[in-house]
Design a protein around this ligand. Structure first.
Ligand code: CMC
Length: 376
């Protein structure tokens, strides 16, 4: 048996959802290039494409948008439950618990019933942003505000978060960020979603397990750590010494490196453009020059090993300009990635076999029991 730590290079499923070319830096959802989707699509249209396989026609899109809009509200029970969460808790933990709680409200019946599947998709896409915004207000000691029916998806999320109707450019940039983060093949959280799905449990448990997996600093949690790193570096001239020290100590540079990409992540290129668009309109973030210096210095030092900025490197600067606090960066990633997780949930169920890999045992062969009072 050959051990493959991290399952690197091991195919464990077939998938028609997303295609990555890590040497050329291409990413496509269902055959559509990510830059074209970011320029021309909306997050809900892209979600429809990912989950159902094709772009919706105008009626299908209108209906989907309408259904999502109708299911944005949270039950008062979920809101009351969230009010009992410690306000010092991380929003990803609040989101994981809240997402899991939906399973209490909607029966486990018939995951092979197309109507059940459609309803679960709509509810999860609709309610996850409301949960993120609700916890933000609750932890500030306020009551969550209700979604506004006349606002599209991303505008409504920013409205629920900030209690102000957002600038259209800010809302459009957020929507494009959601498109970019919506799917990325068999990353850790998607794999986690598929493993959970393979047991035939309910979709709320699938999403909750994926949220928990996304939270870690080697995965979605890196976007929060990137800003902390830039703040620690403080000025562009400190980028080189910081990197030298980190590399000497074998520390990872947050927002760099990817199992799939050996060039700059195409999403990082687009997110950098979005950041520049926001800076042109609302003023530059002083950390942007630090970020560019880190990229330049890291490229000389780590580029030869194929380590370049990933999706998490510039996203934090975009969210910061949108007035979003650091610890909500990963929950926003989750809002978007729910689309990909649900697409994989459906795909897993369409040809399911429970995940049950094997191991190479390295423990003791056979031991003799020692009674408690004879142990030293
Ligand atoms: N900074 C410095 N060195 C790195 C980095 C980095 N960010 N990433 C990889 N390396 C080095 C690593 O030290 C190792 O070197 P050596 O062969 O000399 O021991 C080599 O590259 C291979 O690293 P690895 O950790 O075995 O690679 P991996 O494919 O298992 O890890 C990764 C991929 C994303 C976990 C890793 O690059 C990393 O930890 N990056 C920092 C955290 C981060 O930005 N995560 C976000 C990932 S993208 C979005 C997402 O998935 O959510």
């Amino acid at each position: 048996m050959v051990l493959r730590p991290g399952l690197e290079g091991v195919p464990v499923t077939q998938s028609s959802i997303c295609q990555i070319n890590g040497n050329e830096g291409h990413l496509r959802y269902r055959g559509y290039a990510i830059d074209e989707l970011a320029a021309r699509s909306s997050f809900l249209e892209t979600t429809y494409l990912l989950i159902w396989g094709n772009l919706p026609n105008p009626d299908e899109l209108r209906n989907f948008e309408k259904e999502v809009q109708m299911h944005r509200r949270l039950s008062f029970r979920v809101r009351d439950m969230m009010k009992c969460f410690p306000e010092s808790g991380h929003p990803m933990d609040a989101l994981q618990s809240s997402a899991a709680s939906l399973g209490l409200f909607y029966s486990r019946r018939a995951i092979d019933d197309p109507q059940y599947v459609y309803d679960a998709v709509v509810r999860l896409i609709a309610k996850i942003p409301t949960m993120v915004a609700a916890f933000q207000l609750i932890r500030k000691g306020q009551d969550p505000i209700q979604p506004r029916d006349n606002l599209p998806y991303s505008s409504n999320f920013l409205y629920m978060l900030t209690e102000q109707e957002p600038d259209p450019l800010a809302a459009r940039v957020l929507d494009r960020c959601l498109i970019l983060h919506a799917e990325h093949s068999l990353n850790a959280s998607t794999f986690s979603a598929r493993v959970t799905a393979s047991t035939l449990t309910d979709p709320y448990a699938v999403i909750a397990s994926a949220v928990g997996t996304l939270a870690g600093p080697l995965h979605g949690g890196a976007n929060e750590d990137v800003i902390a790193m830039l703040e620690e570096i403080k000025t562009p001239d400190q980028a080189g010494p910081y990197l030298d020290n980190a590399i000497k100590n074998k520390s990872k540079i947050m927002g760099f490196g990817h199992r799939e990409y050996k060039v700059k992540d195409p999403r990082a290129t687009l997110l950098q453009e979005f950041a520049e668009e926001l800076f042109a309109r609302f003023g530059k973030d002083e950390m942007y020059d630090v970020a560019k210096a880190v990229e330049a210095e890291a490229t000389t030092r780590l580029g030869p090993k194929g380590i370049f900025p990933n999706v998490d490197f510039y996203s934090g600067l975009v969210y910061r300009k949108l007035g979003i606090p650091k610890d909500l960066f990963t929950p926003i990633f989750a809002i978007s990635r729910v689309a990909g997780w649900l697409a994989h949930w459906r795909e897993q169920l369409s040809a399911n076999r429970i995940f049950r890999p094997t191991q190479i045992y390295t423990g003791e062969e056979k031991r003799t029991w020692i009674p408690l009072d004879e142990r030293s």
